[in-house]
Design a protein around this ligand. Structure first.
Ligand SMILES: Cc1cc2nc3c(=O)[nH]c(=O)nc-3n(C[C@H](O)[C@H](O)[C@H](O)COP(=O)(O)OP(=O)(O)OC[C@H]3O[C@@H](n4cnc5c(N)ncnc54)[C@H](O)[C@@H]3O)c2cc1C
Length: 391
């Protein structure tokens, strides 16, 4: 009997396992993940800001997948592509005939001095909770320290994750100010971004709306400001210094370090794949989600790393593994975006939806759209019961 291993139970891995289970193959299907739970990475900014609890954005993998899937809770330590073997932290190495590699993303520091030591990234439940504790402990400390930097937060980067985090933060801050009896007029929230553009994936009028919304809530933006160093208590850009005792590091992502460690031909731990998502030299292996680099035939550029694209890639990779097992031709990956939604806290946001026409939305309605997107995502990975339990 053939063994199909799926590494990582994020958007890509969960969806691939679900699709493989439906195929009724005469094969052993094993899903390997570090934790017994799946987390909705698209909601980590809410856990970090304290507007959602980990239980709201996680679900038990074993309860969510078909009994046909063997779930192995362990950490992947390496992949030996020639031996077709996955190294694991606690178990014996896992031999496979087909591999779906979906190990996901890590924080990217771009080699900036001090970023890893002094910035708080949002990459999983543990880091989101650590960022939240840092924020709350630092604010609470102000009552003893009277250090103005305890009331300052710097968010590094102005892409999707940074802006969604800022939206949650400005929503939560009045509650934190009341909770710790803080001087509201001395709280400072600063966003520092190297590029001249904020939220580059949105139309300018929606970007302007989002920026004005956040500015009105007190966020100070510094674009075209490349960060050169992060020190304890300060983000530095050449001769400028932004002082804060909470520094959130959301400048971008790279793929899992397991990719480079295992000797793949990669750039920022992302591997360029064939148009059917397999590897040229290893047709038995498919890379999907944030570890893959997939050229978009229309634009010529790589597809961005998003949950939406990860799920679409999982459908193609699962269909192609099934095709290989059954001796059929594989199919090309095709993707049509249904739009992008950026929340600014639970009651605002901007969205561009491409369904039955093009829709540009802003304001409170986006909160509702985001809820629909989140529910749909759980449904695509798990089942109705899991979706209802996570509400
Ligand atoms: C705050 C935030 C907001 C976002 N908002 C959106 C959005 O609105 N829309 C959108 O489309 N995208 C959004 N994204 C991007 C999206 O979350 C990612 O593109 C998506 O999570 C990638 O899915 P994935 O399955 O490849 O990887 P991941 O979600 O990173 O999943 C990887 C899985 O592998 C496991 N794993 C990792 N390493 C190991 C190991 N060594 N051993 C065992 N298991 C391991 C992890 O624990 C995890 O379960 C957002 C990201 C962030 C951080």
């Amino acid at each position: 009997m053939k063994t199909i291993a799926v590494l990582g139970a994020g958007y890509a891995g969960m969806r691939a396992a679900k699709k493989l289970a439906h195929a009724n193959l005469d094969a052993r299907i094993i899903l390997v993940n570090r934790n017994p739970y799946h987390y909705e990475a698209t909601q980590l900014h809410q856990v970090a800001a304290g507007t959602k609890e980990p239980a709201d954005v996680t679900f038990d993998i074993r309860k969510a997948v078909s009994p046909r899937i063997e779930v192995l809770i362990d950490t992947v330590t390496g992949i030996d592509q020639d031996k077709r073997q996955v190294g694991l932290g606690k178990h014996e190495p896992l031999r496979y005939d087909y591999l779906i590699n979906a190990l996901g993303f890590e924080s990217e520091t771009f080699g900036i001095k001090g970023a890893e030591e002094n910035g708080w990234p949002l990459v999983d439940i543990d880091t989101a909770l650590a960022a939240r504790r840092r924020l709350e402990n630092t604010l609470a400390n102000y009552r003893n320290s009277h250090d103005p930097n305890d009331l300052h937060v710097v968010v590094c980067g102005a892409g999707f994750t940074s802006i969604e985090y800022l939206g949650e933060l400005v929503y939560r801050m009045p509650k934190l100010v009341a909770k710790y009896d803080l001087p509201a007029d001395q709280v400072k929230i600063i966003c520092v971004e190297a590029s001249p553009k904020i939220l580059p994936m949105f139309s300018q009028n929606l970007v302007d709306w989002a920026v004005n919304y956040l500015k009105k809530k007190g966020v100070e933006f510094h674009t075209s400001t490349a960060i050169t160093e992060v020190r304890p208590g300060a983000v530095v850009s050449n001769d400028q210094e932004f002082r804060a005792n909470t520094i959130i590091w959301t400048t971008g992502v790279r793929g899992s370090h397991i990719i480079a460690d295992s000797g793949y031909n990669q750039k920022r731990n992302r591997v360029v794949v064939e148009d059917d998502l397999s590897l040229t030299d290893h047709p038995e292996e498919f890379l999907i989600g944030d570890v893959s680099a997939v050229p978009d035939p229309e634009s010529g550029r790589l597809f961005p790393t998003t949950a939406q694209i990860s799920i679409a890639q999982a459908d193609t990779a699962a269909a192609n593994v099934i095709a290989r097992v059954q001796g059929r031709q594989t199919q090309r990956f095709r993707f049509k975006s249904i739009g992008t939604v950026c929340s600014l806290g639970p009651q605002a946001g901007v969205a561009e939806i491409d369904m039955m026409g093009k829709w540009k939305l802003k304001g409170a309605v986006v909160g509702i759209v985001k809820k629909i997107v989140n529910d749909r995502s759980v449904l695509e990975l798990a089942n109705v019961k899991t979706m209802l339990e996570s509400n």
